[in-house]
Structures are given as C-alpha cells and as structure tokens.
Write a protein that binds this ligand. Structure first.
Ligand SMILES: N[C@@H](CCC(=O)N[C@@H](CS)C(=O)NCC(=O)O)C(=O)O
Length: 222
C-alpha cells in the first residue's frame, strides 16, 4: 500500500483538490486517492471524521510509523516541496522563488471576483462576456502574473511552465486555465501558450479523464 493517500472533492469543480493533487502527481510518488462526495450525508460525515478542517484536499502520509495529516492545498504543496527537494516544486533561484510564492499566496487568498463569476466547471464550455469590473481586473492580474513569470524565468529555463519546470505556482493556477477555457477568456499570445501547456499536460489530462468518468456530482444544497 502506498504511503501517501490524498482525499479530494468532485474533480469537475474542486479547484482546491486539483491544486494539491497536481504537485503530488508531479512528485512522482505512488499514492492512493479517495473522492469524497461531500454533498452526500454519509460522505460529509466521513469528511468530518478524516479531515481536521472538514475540507478537502487532505494528504495523509504514513511516515516512520506515524500518520501525518496535511490539510489545505498550499500546505500540501509546501510539505511535498520539503520532502522532495530534487523536484524543485519551488524554483531554486531565490528571486524566482519569492515571485512564485507570492503569486501562489495571492491565488490562495485572493481573486474573489474571479472565483465568483467564473466558477470551475472543468468539463463545460460556456463562453460568455465577463461584465463584472472586479472579475475583469482579476483576469488582467492573472494575465500579468503569468506573462511576467514566463517572460522573466519560464522562457529562459526552456520548459512550458511559469518558471520553466512545474512548480506549486502552476498547481495553484491550473484551475484558472480551465476556467478561462470554460468561459472563453482570451489572453495575449504568451499566456495563451501557457494555458495550452497546462491543458495538454498529461497529468492534468489524467485528472480530466477521470473527471469525465466520475458520476455526476450531487446538486448544491438549496
Ligand atoms: N483553503 C482550502 C480550501 C478548501 C476547500 O474549500 N475545499 C472545498 C472543496 S473545493 C471543500 O472541502 N468543501 C466542502 C465543505 O466545505 O463542506 C485549501 O486551500 O485547501
């Protein structure tokens, strides 16, 4: 049995689950995963029993005879970065690392309007004009962050990710790439290439392929 077990929510909409799952997958370790359908009463109960925060994602690691629980997407990324330094889940260069950490934290704590007006709907395509001023400002901010990271570090490193190779910052912004695809948000060409890199990544595609097989999610409570 693998030492790592991740608990996730509905793959189609649980952006926080994807944000933790992707760095785990990129770490290259074997892991088990359990989908918690937290809108069903018995799953809700299980979620509350297993997760200290009552939320997913949750990573459980059997480590030297102890069970380590790490909840919250960003904390899971940090834990993996500590465990697997060779994967450079944060960029090695301190200036790039500061930028990556800042943009990951900004995603973790901000972009309220973007979340509200462009909720993750991984398998849907419903282009629309974004009218909300704050949501448009959030989109412009993401665009600027992606372009700055790509132009300053990503392109020089040669890889397709924000800082060249995959980092936690890419995990944090992957759900945003899906939202831009769902709602037909147009970005300038540099960032469009980055979006393509996210959406065609084999690990991301594995998540999406499983989402297609998952049974439909239960409706939100009234
Ligand atoms: N800040 C948390 C957010 C976690 C979160 O809100 N998870 C949602 C699923 S995307 C959840 O567990 N919802 C179930 C509930 O609140 O009952 C993180 O970064 O992991």
């Amino acid at each position: 049995m693998p030492d790592f077990h991740i608990y996730i929510g509905y793959r189609e909409v649980s952006s926080w689950s994807l944000r933790a799952w992707l760095p785990l997958r990129k770490s290259g370790v074997a892991f088990e995963e359990t989908l918690i359908r937290y809108r069903l009463p018995d799953h809700r109960q299980r979620l509350l029993e297993v997760s200290p925060s009552g939320k997913v994602p949750l990573l459980v690691h059997q480590r030297d005879g102890r069970m380590v629980k790490v909840w919250d997407s960003l904390a899971i990324g940090e834990y993996l970065a500590d465990l697997f330094p060779e994967k450079q889940l944060w960029p090695k260069d301190p200036v790039a690392r500061a930028f990556a950490r800042s943009m990951a934290a900004e995603m973790h704590s901000g972009f309220k309007a973007l979340r509200e007006h462009l909720p993750m709907a991984l398998l849907e395509r419903r282009p629309k004009r974004i009218e909300d001023k704050d949501a448009r400002a959030d989109i412009a901010r993401v665009d600027a962050l992606w372009c700055e990271a790509r132009d300053t570090w990503g392109k020089k490193d040669g890889g397709p990710w924000l800082f060249g190779h995959f980092t936690i910052a890419d995990g944090m912004y992957a759900p945003i790439a899906t939202r831009f695809r769902t709602y037909g948000v147009h970005l300038d060409s540099t960032c469009h290439n980055y979006m393509d890199a996210v959406l065609t990544d084999p690990d991301f595609r594995a998540w999406e392929a499983q989402a297609e097989k998952d049974p439909p999610q239960e409706p939100l409570p009234a």
